[in-house]
Design a protein around this ligand. Structure first.
Ligand code: S3P
Length: 184
């Protein structure tokens, strides 16, 4: 049993972090926080607009600040963006402040799930498959580095994944309250 003050979902685009996170939050009676939505709220602009007007580096800086803020709290299920793990400070904070679940999905399945998606700037390319493979090459080791649990979502629906993952988490993760804190 691994106590941590938050449950955090990491993994590539299309792995279901938001839809599964929302369901897990409901199951555990916790707040659900979506880092991408929080970045948009704070910027007053969509992620696509931030990328277009200010560039990816600006988006990454905002992502780091927003996640540091969300992770300072406790008792939440937090969905991160696929590239959040690129930042070393964020990786340390995720490990310190969360039980980290890596939701895995392979590239062919990502392509199916996001076939109609036009909201993700990194997918605005002719060759989505190549982009996703390149991202996976860089990021998979980073997800693995910080994950307490890896879960393959394969062809499972968000509902089924949340149910299975919920059962696994019952045995693996305990919400750390100040009394049971991770830093005695
Ligand atoms: C990104 C993933 C997106 C979003 C942004 C960049 C990435 O989040 O943060 O478009 O670098 O993989 P999702 O993983 O929720 O799609």
């Amino acid at each position: 049993m691994n106590p941590a003050p938050n449950l955090v979902l990491v993994g590539p685009m299309g792995s279901g972090k938001s839809s599964i996170g929302r369901r897990l939050a409901e199951r555990f009676g916790l707040a659900f926080l979506d880092a991408d939505r929080e970045i948009e709220a704070q910027a007053g602009a969509s992620i696509a607009t931030i990328f277009e007007c200010a560039g990816e580096a600006d988006f990454r800086a905002r992502e780091q600040v927003v996640l540091a803020g969300l992770l300072a709290g406790e008792g939440a299920v937090i969905a991160t963006g696929g590239g959040a793990v690129l930042d070393a400070r964020t990786r340390s904070l995720l490990r310190e402040r969360g039980f980290v679940v890596h939701l895995h999905v392979d590239v062919p399945q990502q392509l199916v799930r996001m076939a109609r998606d036009r909201s993700r700037p990194l997918l605005a390319s002719e060759d989505r498959e190549q982009v996703l493979r390149r991202l996976a090459e860089v990021r998979d080791p980073l997800y693995a580095e910080i994950a307490d649990l890896r879960f393959d979502t394969a062809a499972m629906s968000a509902v089924d994944t949340a149910v299975k993952l919920g059962h696994l988490l019952d045995a693996r993760w305990q919400l750390a309250t100040p009394a049971t804190g991770t830093h005695p």
